[in-house]
Design a protein around this ligand. Structure first.
Ligand code: ADP
Ligand code: MG
Length: 393
């Protein structure tokens, strides 16, 4: 997979339309986590240093038309602080105001366009809208890995109008993730957790050819436990997916792969704080109780397998980590992964949130992907539409 990269792009004195993923969590008028802003800094700085005029386009949330809470003023302010240079925020992403502002830019200036999803044409990948977005710009750079699996006007459409290049973040994500797919150091362990089998079965199946060991936790594991004939009480369990889980377990066995499921669990009648909870074997889950975390024996079992791995890919918490009573499994597995010398790659909004909550330094991981859905789809082996338009043909 060979990209047209930033270093080959002629950007000196040019106006660059830069797609970033500034879809940051905002609560009570404050940015809760600015990782996505920080991750885009190397590309923005490289463009500024090379004398480009940087016109940034991003989405925020899922607005239906213009939505006041989803304007980008806060983001522009925070980005300006990180860059130590004011970022001019516009009130639209297309039209006469934008055209005039771009015409007035000097080398190294940074302008942030308004939330591109205020226009439904963005997600419809409308060609006329893509053309309007590109107006006044000479070069397109995509550094928004988090939305690269979406064929939208700002991720795919504009590449038909302007010469298109991969930003530094996109290039790094693709390099690390391709490395896992193509040439990982063995043994490889895939740690999968979280809530829904639908979003994870694709990667589990793809990794039958890549991973040596599968560690399955979270609510996801309940469906697999049920497939093995365990009774999971009143746990979150996708009864209609038990067949899929069974098929996966059979395929893994036929290929000589190791699949580790929890051997014990923390159960309660409900996840409400203050209710009694207990640790039980997965063979004795009471009918009226839910599995809300993996148990301490499972953590030890998983940690032993992790210690023997040379490549670890982790996506999805081991339990309902948002409640401190049910966070120990995720914490234990996170710390076990962080403590290995393997190539360690982490992805998924909730998993990253958990790692932050536990205070585990990001440096403990080889790579933390900025794309939840994009990472999963990439690792499933799909050609992502936003990646495709950046490839050397
Ligand atoms: P990620 O964002 O890292 O990809 P997911 O979105 O797939 O992860 O899943 C995270 C969610 O799964 C969390 O909200 C967590 O509370 C939930 N979860 C994990 N294990 C359980 C469980 N045993 N019961 C209920 N919810 C669970
Ligand atoms: Mg999630």
């Amino acid at each position: 997979m060979k990209f047209r990269t930033l270093s080959e792009a002629l950007v000196e004195g040019k106006t660059v339309l830069l797609r970033t993923d500034f879809n940051v969590p905002i609560k009570d008028g404050k940015i809760q986590d600015d990782t996505r802003l920080r991750e885009s800094l190397p590309t923005i700085r490289a463009l500024m240093e090379r004398g480009a005029k940087v016109v940034i386009v991003t989405h925020l949330g899922r607005p239906k038309g213009v939505t006041e809470e989803l304007r980008l003023d806060l983001v522009a302010g925070a980005l300006g602080v990180l860059l130590a240079k004011p970022v001019i925020k516009l009130n639209d992403c297309v039209g006469p105001e934008v055209k005039a502002a771009i015409a007035a830019m000097g080398a190294g200036d940074v302008v942030l366009l308004e939330n591109v999803r205020f226009h439904p044409e963005e997600e419809a990948n409308d060609p006329a809208f893509a053309k309007a977005l590109a107006e006044g710009c000479d070069v397109y750079v995509n550094d928004a890995f988090g939305t690269i699996h979406r064929a939208h006007a700002s991720t795919v459409g504009v590449a038909a109008v302007l010469p298109a290049y991969a930003g530094l973040l996109v290039a790094r994500e693709v390099k690390v993730l391709s490395g896992i797919l193509e040439n990982p150091e063995k043994p490889v362990t895939l740690v999968a957790g979280g809530a829904k089998i639908d979003t994870k079965i694709g990667i589990l199946e793809k990794f039958l050819d890549i991973a040596d060991t599968f560690i399955i936790g979270g609510a996801l594991a309940n469906t697999f436990l049920a497939a093995q004939g365990h009774s999971v009480g009143s746990s979150l369990c996708e009864a209609d997916k038990v067949e899929i889980a069974k098929k996966f377990l059979e395929a893994a066995k036929a290929q000589g792969k190791t699949v580790l499921l929890p051997v014990d669990a923390v159960v309660a009648t409900d996840a409400t704080v203050g209710l009694p909870f207990q640790e039980v074997s997965v063979d004795t889950v009471p009918a009226d109780q839910k599995i809300l975390d993996i148990g301490s024996k499972s953590v030890i079992l998983f940690a032993e397998a992790l210690a023997k791995s040379r490549t670890i890919l982790w996506n999805g918490p081991m339990g309902l980590y948002e409640n401190p009573v049910f966070e120990k499994g995720t914490r234990g597995v996170a710390e076990a992964i962080a403590g290995t010398f393997a190539v360690k790659v982490l992805g998924g909004g909730d998993s990253i949130d958990a790692v932050n909550h536990f205070g585990i330094a990001h440096e403990k991981f080889t790579h933390i992907s900025t794309g939840g859905g994009a990472m999963l789809e990439f690792l499933e082996g799909k050609m992502l539409p936003g990646v495709q338009v950046l490839l050397v043909s």
